[in-house]
Write a protein that binds this ligand. Sequence first.
Ligand SMILES: Nc1nc2c(ncn2[C@@H]2O[C@H](COP(=O)(O)OP(=O)(O)OP(=O)(O)O)[C@@H](O)[C@H]2O)c(=O)[nH]1
Ligand SMILES: [Mg+2]
Length: 296
Amino acid sequence: MSNSRCGFISIIGRPNAGKSTLLNLLVGEKISIISPKVQTTRREIRGIVEYNNSQLIFIDTPGICKPTTHLEKQLLSNFKKSYKSSDIILLLIDCLDKNVESDLKFLQHKKQIQSNFIVAINKIDLMRDKRQLLPIIDRLKEYDFIEQIFLISSVTGDGIKLMKSYLSEKVPEGPWLYFDNHNNTDLDINTRLSEITREKIYNNLNKELPYNIYVTTDRLHVTDKKFKILQTIVVMKDSQKGIVLGHKGDMIQQIKRETVNDIRNIFNKTVELNITVKVKQKWTEKKEQLINAGII
Ligand SMILES: Nc1nc2c(ncn2[C@@H]2O[C@H](COP(=O)(O)OP(=O)(O)OP(=O)(O)O)[C@@H](O)[C@H]2O)c(=O)[nH]1
Ligand SMILES: [Mg+2]
């Protein structure tokens, strides 16, 4: 039998490229939350995949963009921390995104590319005429640090097997690092539960509001069959609290229903969930609150 292999692969790319969707598909379980809004992922999320004789540790990162707010600066710094130490960098590109080259230049300019570097062009299910991918591929070929280009869809699974097989041979030889067969991630359970609630907020509330909230799981009581959960949603202003609660509480009820459904499906438990909404002004500018929010 050949020697075991193990390595870290950072999934990087612009907001909304589909990084978290890809991570979940690779792992076969929902670990990282997803939304049609940009900047959903705030911290690094690891997913562990075993393939052939290799352990592939994928790291989902916050989307790269030019930061304008304090929160965005922190997300950029989280992104940098995550990808510098990995064995392989996987740049994910939305095939309909016109800004590919600015990302590549950003990376090249910073001379931060020491790891192996591959590109996956995502969402190819959205491109009716696949010939439209050719100009993108041609442009990418001008960058000699790109070792391999894959065409994938994180929704249909197209091209994923080929990429996994390539990665399993590319990661360095070495012992596996994770041996917990029940967990595909090293993320703690409380954070996973808070993230699910945050996803429902992203999917139910409009515009800026999701960027002004964070969620904590303050208490979790686990029995054989049941999760009893106490959570807090933190907002910045009273008016936002009103929106999260909704008319006669129907918004918070909707968020709760969807969260409970997801938790039940992922963990196979019945769920009792209580959520309180609190106001903490300007939390995005306070270190202590960013720590509470799991952002730093
Ligand atoms: N059609 C299609 N949609 C996709 C695909 N991959 C992701 N999406 C959608 O793209 C949107 C963004 O996906 P995410 O996985 O949240 O993107 P992300 O790169 O993690 O975004 P940030 O965390 O904000 O940086 C969601 O609405 C996904 O359903 C794909 O291969 N095909
Ligand atoms: Mg994400």
